[in-house]
Design a protein around this ligand. Structure first.
Ligand SMILES: Cc1ncc(COP(=O)(O)O)c(C=O)c1O
Length: 377
């Protein structure tokens, strides 16, 4: 099988699975228990927290282990808007956010916040001008994703952050689910206040991730109970998942440059190949993450290609895993005003450093064959 759907999920590293089994076998106490076994388990949890904090350059008290990207995004949107509502009730969200941000923001709207959506241009980039004109003295929260999961577009996060900080008192949340481990980031300098990371997108385990706050940023919980995770996320913390998340984050971060070069070389090659077909439009912009290539075949539905490729054991997806099972058109492509001829035919190839050059060459052959059958040329 050739698996080019790594933005939907990645295969967990064997090392990470082994760690999960080991921690479950040896340190299965409740980390909040006051006996020695609980204490030892808690030490492991705190080490994992410190490891994540060291990568993101923040205090360990600002690292909250969650069930993944969706929960971290929900926590960020509700928790930050509510924490700072004494400053105002205006919230800005980009129009191309993942549903876990978008739907949370729509819910905030129902709760009385004034939510506005930042538009994007045809290439899927947010313009600094539109943020500048939307920012207000009562803006409490801005949330913009680093890399879009459907197109790979990299948003100008540092410029956006500088603008927000110079024009308002808003806190800035960044969904880094598709960028962490793919793009080099100087976390020390980056003026982002809250960051979402999901483990299963970087060869970790599904159902785990973190929300990390920077500096003096604070947050209101969305889950109440025993007050675990510094009162921010109640519920017995899964130490095995936390340890694996820390290990996944460290691995992704330390191999970042090497891995992203491997992915970039594969996606560059694929883009050059796809450009030889006159009916294909590359949707991913030039400033894109190294692992995503999204394109559309004029007049052909994405599902037709996915099924054709699947018969040849090649796994790809439509624009995103979330929208691929739904018949409705992607909100990202709509926000980019993609032409009708192309909007239903978007296919996303997403790579991991574990993919190989041979797979890319094999893909080209299979794709040409499928294209000939489907287009009949
Ligand atoms: C940009 C982005 N944010 C958030 C998520 C949700 O992450 P999780 O699957 O860990 O809930 C995804 C998953 O596809 C994503 O691509």
């Amino acid at each position: 099988m050739i698996y080019f759907d790594n933005s939907a999920t990645t295969k967990a590293h064997k090392d990470i699975i082994d760690t999960f089994v080991l921690v479950n076998e040896k340190y299965w106490a409740n980390p909040a228990s006051i006996h020695e076994f609980g204490h030892q388990t808690n030490e492991l949890l705190q080490t994992a927290r410190t490891q994540v904090a060291d990568v993101i350059k923040t205090a360990k008290e600002k690292v909250y282990f969650t069930s993944g990207g969706t929960e971290s995004n929900n926590l960020a949107i509700f928790g930050l808007a509510n924490k700072y509502k004494h400053r105002g009730n205006h919230v800005l969200i980009s129009a191309i956010e993942h549903p876990s941000v978008l739907e949370s923001a729509k819910e905030l709207q129902l709760q009385g916040f004034n939510v506005e959506f930042i538009p994007v241009n045809k290439e899927g980039f947010i313009s600094l001008d539109s943020i500048q004109s939307l920012l207000r003295p009562d803006t409490v929260l801005v949330s913009v994703m680093h890399v879009n999961n459907e197109t790979g577009a990299i948003q100008p996060i540092n410029e956006i952050a500088t603008l927000i900080k110079s024009k308002s008192r808003a806190v800035f949340h960044m969904d880094a689910v598709q960028s962490f481990g793919k793009l080099v980031v100087n976390f020390e300098e980056q003026q982002v206040d809250a960051i979402t990371i999901s483990s299963h997108k970087i060869h970790g385990l599904k159902g785990s991730g973190v929300l990390v706050l920077k500096g003096s940023t604070e947050i209101t919980p969305i889950l109440y109970g025993g007050g675990q995770e510094f009162g921010v996320r109640s519920g017995t913390t899964s130490v095995p998942l936390a340890v694996c998340t820390a290990k996944t984050i460290r691995l992704a971060n330390s191999n970042l440059e090497k891995n992203s070069m491997i992915m970039k070389s594969m996606t560059d090659d694929i883009v050059t190949f796809l450009q030889t077909f006159s009916s294909i439009k590359i949707i991913s912009p030039e400033i894109r993450a190294p692992h995503i290539v999204s394109f559309s075949v004029r007049g052909v539905k994405g599902e037709v290609f996915i099924n054709g490729l699947q018969k040849e054991d090649v796994i790809v997806s439509t624009s995103s895993a979330c929208s691929s099972k739904q018949t409705k058109t992607s909100h990202v492509l709509k926000a980019m005003h993609l032409e009708d001829d192309y909007i239903k035919g978007v296919i996303r190839l997403s790579f991991s450093h574990l993919n190989s050059e041979e797979e890319v060459q094999q893909f080209k052959k299979i794709f040409t064959k499928v294209m000939n059958v489907i287009k009949g040329d």
